[in-house]
Design a protein around this ligand. Structure first.
Ligand code: CDT
Length: 308
């Protein structure tokens, strides 16, 4: 049995406020077919792939935002994507806003196998931004108003002949994210992101956005001996420019494939999951070399405690 998973980072360009879910799904189906024609097993779409990045606006009553969320998956708008993927025998991962029957709101990503079954659901753990309206900002980043941070943590699932995990956008900046999955033997981490290029109040950080994006995912891949697939919703969306730079990274930390535009585009790499062994079981032999007994601050405290 082969351990090669050919994966597409299926970047989307901007989705404007008035774009329908159906139009987003049509765009994703185009990328799905392109991926299928290059022999892909798995296609990864970005965070919040069915709507514009709505946390850039604030509404006084959260219920006014219900129309941005999905209450079931698949649903009428996404069923064509599920159907086409199943017909092509290709799996996919999709990010969307989830509203649960008991009224909880999560930033969610699912993993769908080649037979069309949903094998896993991941809900974003690290929710960045702010809870309240901040009128001095040119654009809000009110993710903490719109989404509950998940307490379910980071899972790893047997799928596509390997061990697959998921993370969403800001999760990729935290080493704990990768290590939690590394300690479950993850071989490929799928990550969708929306990274606005407006860091308030320090615009100088904008120039470093691409560097930081690559830095965190390449180091997370290398330090845990895993592939990482990072997929953007890029380009100018409702007046906000967002980082593109979708990439597929190997367990060596090297970038294997990368998008070159900030629009709809796939980057493809054939990933031999057995390559992870070299990093997991020799260089970073966790069983042999890790020292959890001296890392206890990592779970005992949240912020830094600085000695006088
Ligand atoms: N979507 C998301 O998590 N974006 C963040 C930007 C945070 S700026 C408040 C990111 O880490 O890219």
């Amino acid at each position: 049995m082969t351990r090669i998973v050919t994966v597409a980072a299926a970047q989307l360009g901007p989705i404007q406020r008035d774009d329908s879910r159906e139009s987003c799904v049509e765009r994703m189906i185009v990328l799905l077919r392109q991926s299928s024609s290059t022999g892909c097993d798995l296609v990864v779409f970005p965070e919040l792939a069915l709507t514009t990045f709505f946390p850039r606006w604030f509404v006084q009553d959260i219920n006014e935002a219900d129309h941005w969320y999905e209450t079931s998956m698949p649903n009428a708008a996404t069923q064509p994507l599920f159907d086409e993927a199943k017909r092509l025998r290709i799996g996919f991962s999709l990010g969307y806003a989830e509203l649960t029957p008991d009224g909880q709101r999560f930033n969610t990503q699912i993993l769908v196998e080649k037979d069309g079954s949903v094998v896993a659901k991941y809900r974003k753990v690290h929710i960045p931004g702010h809870e309240e309206h901040e009128p001095d900002r040119p654009f809000q980043h009110a993710e903490r108003y719109y989404f509950t941070p998940s307490n379910e943590g980071f899972g790893v699932w047997k799928a596509f002949g390997g061990r697959i995990g998921m993370m969403i956008c800001n999760d990729r900046r935290w080493p704990e994210t990768y290590r939690e999955m590394g300690l479950q033997g993850v071989e490929m981490i799928l990550c969708g992101y929306n990274t606005p290029l407006h860091y308030v109040p320090d615009p100088s950080q904008d120039a470093l956005a691409g560097f930081h994006n690559a830095l965190v995912m390449q180091s997370g891949a290398y330090q845990n001996g895993t592939f990482v697939v990072g997929v953007a919703k890029g380009g100018l969306e409702e007046g906000v420019d967002s980082l593109a730079d979708s990439s597929i990274i190997g367990p060596s930390g090297e970038i294997l494939a990368k998008t070159t535009t900030n629009g709809d585009e796939i980057a493809v790499a054939a990933c031999d999951l057995d390559w992870c062994y070299q990093y997991k079981n020799t260089l970073f032999d966790f069983d042999r070399y890790r020292r959890p007994e001296v890392y206890q601050r990592i779970t005992r405290q949240r912020g830094a405690i600085v000695a006088d």
